[in-house]
Write a new protein. Structure first.
Length: 95
């Protein structure tokens, strides 16, 4: 049942994105993306990396306090996966 529920949510999310792109127009969307100032990208990537590392550290500390031993890189991997899924599904269900 969980797989079906996830599949339905994924299909609805993809449908919503498709409808938004269709209503805006691919040309206008491409024009907007091409107008992005790339000087903002390095600070953005650095700050996001720090945020992900701090979130994984926090989770490791919290899990360690209840006796769960999970490696830092595994926690970071799970956190990045859940963040990625949260970008695709409505209401950040994956996060």
């Amino acid at each position: 049942m969980n797989k079906l529920k996830f599949f339905v949510k994924a299909v609805v999310s993809i449908l919503i994105v498709f409808l938004l792109v269709y209503s805006i127009g691919i040309g206008k969307l491409a024009n907007t993306i091409s107008g992005i100032n790339l000087w903002y990208m390095p600070p953005l990537l650095v700050s996001l990396s720090i945020e992900f590392l701090l979130a994984a550290t926090t989770l490791k500390i919290l899990l360690g306090s209840i006796g769960k031993r999970i490696g830092f890189w595994r926690i970071l991997n799970y956190h990045l996966r859940s963040f990625s899924i949260g970008l695709l599904v409505p209401a950040k269900i994956g996060e």
